[in-house]
Design a protein around this ligand. Structure first.
Ligand SMILES: NC(=O)c1ccc[n+]([C@@H]2O[C@H](COP(=O)([O-])OP(=O)(O)OC[C@H]3O[C@@H](n4cnc5c(N)ncnc54)[C@H](O)[C@@H]3O)[C@@H](O)[C@H]2O)c1
Length: 252
């Protein structure tokens, strides 16, 4: 489970599960590069440093390939290597039935939630091919395995993340690069708090708690624990997997 001195990129690190995971990894001795489109990622990095951790913030729009390339370059400049990554940045669902989605809403979801993972994977893998291996974790969702109603764009993007994860695992296993996805259930983050303000989502959410076998929603730190394991050698024979971290949602 040792991740001490590993250099890890975390995207979507300004908030929610990204911020919690960055903090948890740093508390276990990893050197963390926080990436986010929001500048409040700088404050999260500052907080980690105040607590004695090693962290840097790089402002990044994961939907832009040049930003993903610059993120990895900045990591290599600062720390000289890349051992792991948590590709987690994402945007919430539009809570609209498919026929009401605009082309722009569709394209934005695919650009951030799917192409964003591709862009980061590409440059992370280039760095790891140089150094001889690494471990990458992508955030999909329970919606990477089943449909969430009124979330066609989100469901499609997250299914895509699972496919991309398997493809990358197949392509780079021989070179010592492991790639896995986590499928979070409902996790108490600002994204879910915002979604709960939407009346359409509220109706769906009424039954959501019961769908989680543990009858509660998850905490961001519970995602961090799973990611820490997947980044460590404790998961050395795990690759191409889409692992539910969902309180039993997908099992019930
Ligand atoms: N919270 C849940 O219940 C839940 C469940 C399943 C999956 N997820 C997924 O988990 C991930 C994290 O979600 P969260 O709940 O912590 O949300 P959050 O909104 O708290 O955090 C998401 C972060 O991603 C950043 N971001 C958005 N677009 C970006 C871009 N283009 N480039 C870089 N950063 C960008 C945001 O600024 C924010 O800091 C997302 O991919 C989300 O789809 C969340």
């Amino acid at each position: 489970m040792d991740i001490k001195d590993r250099v890890v990129i975390v995207t979507g690190a300004a908030s929610g599960m990204g911020a919690a995971t960055a903090g948890l990894l740093a508390s276990r001795g990893a050197k963390v590069v926080l990436a986010d489109i929001s500048d409040s990622g700088a404050e999260v990095a500052e907080g980690i440093r105040r607590d004695g951790g090693d962290a840097e913030f790089v402002r990044t729009d994961v939907g832009r390939e040049s930003d993903a390339e610059a993120l990895v370059a900045a990591t290599l400049d600062r720390y000289g290597k890349l051992d792991g990554a948590f590709n987690n940045a994402g945007i919430e669902m539009c809570s609209l039935p498919l026929h009401k989605l605009t082309g722009e809403q569709w394209e934005r979801a695919i650009r951030v939630d799917l192409t964003g993972v591709f862009n980061c994977l590409k440059y992370e893998i280039i760095a790891m091919l140089e150094s001889g291996g690494g471990s990458i974790v992508n955030t999909a969702s329970a919606a990477g395995q089943v449909a969430i109603p009124n979330a066609a764009e989100y469901t499609a993007a997250k299914h895509g993340v699972v496919g991309l994860t398997k493809a990358a695992a197949a392509d780079y296993g021989k070179q010592g690069i492991r790639v896995n996805a986590i499928l979070p259930g409902t996790i108490e983050t600002p994204m879910v708090a915002r979604a709960m303000e939407d009346p359409t989502f509220q109706i769906y959410a009424e039954g959501l708690l019961q769908r989680h076998a543990l009858h509660r929603f998850g905490k961001p730190g519970e995602i961090g624990e799973s990611v820490a394991w997947l980044l460590s050698d404790g998961s050395s024979f795990v690759t191409g997997a889409a692992i539910p971290v969902d309180g039993g949602w997908l099992a019930t």
